[in-house]
Design a protein around this ligand. Structure first.
Ligand SMILES: CC(C)(COP(=O)(O)OP(=O)(O)OC[C@H]1O[C@@H](n2cnc3c(N)ncnc32)[C@H](O)[C@@H]1OP(=O)(O)O)[C@@H](O)C(=O)NCCC(=O)NCCS
Length: 157
């Protein structure tokens, strides 16, 4: 799948059920509830990636920010299993970086489970570096690696 085949945009309240079911497929702990999704969608913090027909959600991200901070936090991020290793997460991440730059942010931060080798490999490949570690960070007792990526200026074409 290439960039033109993917539609990326803000989630709508009508997406809550699909997002909640995606969340149970992607994560075993610290899942986002329907109520939280509704709240985050109203704050325009949930970004969804759909396939070429702009139908089913193939991936999503939650981006959090505070007004007086130069950082943006990638709070959640994932692609449905059957659509992985096709570059979709890369397309979504590039768009999120663009959104963060447009919002005047200089750094993206995230937390990732220390045993989540696929995600660690993905984030390292995309320039994230570890800056911390949190013991028993997750509800199931799992540890988190804290990562960040400085957002370089992209020159005008
Ligand atoms: C991590 C995740 C988002 C990657 O999505 P994706 O669409 O497969 O990623 P892309 O196709 O854009 O990039 C693939 C690259 O990421 C890395 N990668 C992805 N999955 C990997 C795996 N299982 N093992 C090793 N490297 C992996 C590789 O560098 C890979 O490149 P390659 O296919 O040329 O080897 C996806 O595996 C996922 O949704 N996982 C479950 C949810 C999750 O853990 N989210 C992160 C929470 S912090």
């Amino acid at each position: 799948m290439n960039g033109q085949a993917a539609h990326i945009g803000l989630a709508a309240l009508a997406d809550v059920d699909a997002l909640a079911s995606l969340e149970t497929r992607l994560f075993f702990t610290d899942r986002c509830s329907r109520r939280s999704f509704r709240h985050l969608i109203r704050r325009q913090a949930v970004i969804v990636l759909r396939g070429s027909d702009a139908g089913a959600i193939l991936g999503y991200a939650i981006l959090l920010t505070r007004r007086n901070s130069g950082k943006m936090r990638l709070y959640s991020f994932g692609i449905v299993e059957e659509a992985r290793r096709q570059g979709l997460a890369t397309i979504l991440l590039h768009r999120l970086e663009q959104m963060a730059r447009t919002a005047g942010k200089h750094t993206l931060t995230l937390e990732v489970g220390d045993g989540n080798l696929a995600a660690l490999s993905f984030y390292r490949r995309h320039g994230f570096i570890q800056y911390g570690f949190r013991l028993h960070y997750y509800e199931d007792g799992g540890h988190a690696i804290l990562m960040k990526k400085p957002l370089a200026e992209v020159p005008e074409p």
